[in-house]
Design a binder for this molecule. Structure first.
Ligand code: 5GP
Length: 207
């Protein structure tokens, strides 16, 4: 039986290193597809259209919402962010595990719409490390950094909604541990209803 793909939601405080971690995971292991979100925020230096994000205007984003072209969307620090529907559905059909790197409001919407989605929360090793990473990025103003740290405190309130936390200390080790958790999650009964049902039917038939 062909293994079905699952939706994997990855959240974490801004600066926790989710982006690098996801690239490492996709690079090191097979069968993952990384969804590229749409946003109204400006590109950071080095970010490319269609690679980190699809950068659009507010009007374009709102049009996409009207067309029901997003699986979920949220407002984060004054900008819209959303997950385009088409890519996610196509990759799941192909049997890929699709990763959505999104913030907590979006994560909770996904959990509601897709109860078998796997929710993972990436934490930095410490708060001082988080601040260091945000400042070290050198792309945000002190005000923007303060806003993101305040948002981190709010997001910390929702961590219990997630299935697993992963501490992003050493990149390769963290990617390996995430991969292990995802593989284990594939074997949860909730993600194998068809297999269980078929086995029950076969057993009933011989009793
Ligand atoms: P950043 O501006 O640092 O790239 O992203 C800000 C936050 O928005 C991060 O927590 C990131 O995970 C989240 N984000 C990125 N894409 C999406 C999306 O499509 N939907 C939602 N809900 N959040 C997103």
């Amino acid at each position: 039986m062909k293994r079905k793909g699952i939706l994997i939601v990855v959240s974490g405080f801004s600066g926790a290193g989710k982006g690098t971690l996801m690239k490492q995971l996709v690079h090191s292991y097979e069968n993952y597809a990384l969804s590229v979100s749409m946003t109204t925020r400006n590109p950071r230096p080095g970010e490319e259209e269609g690679k980190e994000y699809f950068f659009v205007t507010r009007e374009e984003f709102e049009e996409k919402i009207r067309q029901d072209g997003l699986v979920e969307y949220a407002c984060y620090c004054d900008n819209y962010y959303g997950t385009p529907r088409e890519y996610v559905e196509k990759q799941l059909e192909k049997g890929k595990d699709v990763i959505l790197e999104i913030e907590i409001q979006g994560a909770l919407k996904i959990k509601e719409k897709f109860p078998t989605a796997l929710l993972m929360f990436v934490m930095p090793p410490s708060v001082s490390e988080l601040r260091k990473r945000l400042e070290g990025r050198g792309t945000e103003s002190p005000e923007a950094i303060a806003k993101r740290l305040k948002r981190a405190a709010e997001e910390a309130e929702g961590i219990e909604e997630y299935d697993f936390i992963v501490i992003n200390d050493k990149l390769e080790e963290c990617a390996a541990s995430m991969h292990g958790l995802i593989q284990a999650a594939h074997n949860a009964p909730v993600r194998n209803e068809e297999l269980i049902e078929n086995m029950r039917k076969e057993l009933e038939a011989i009793c």
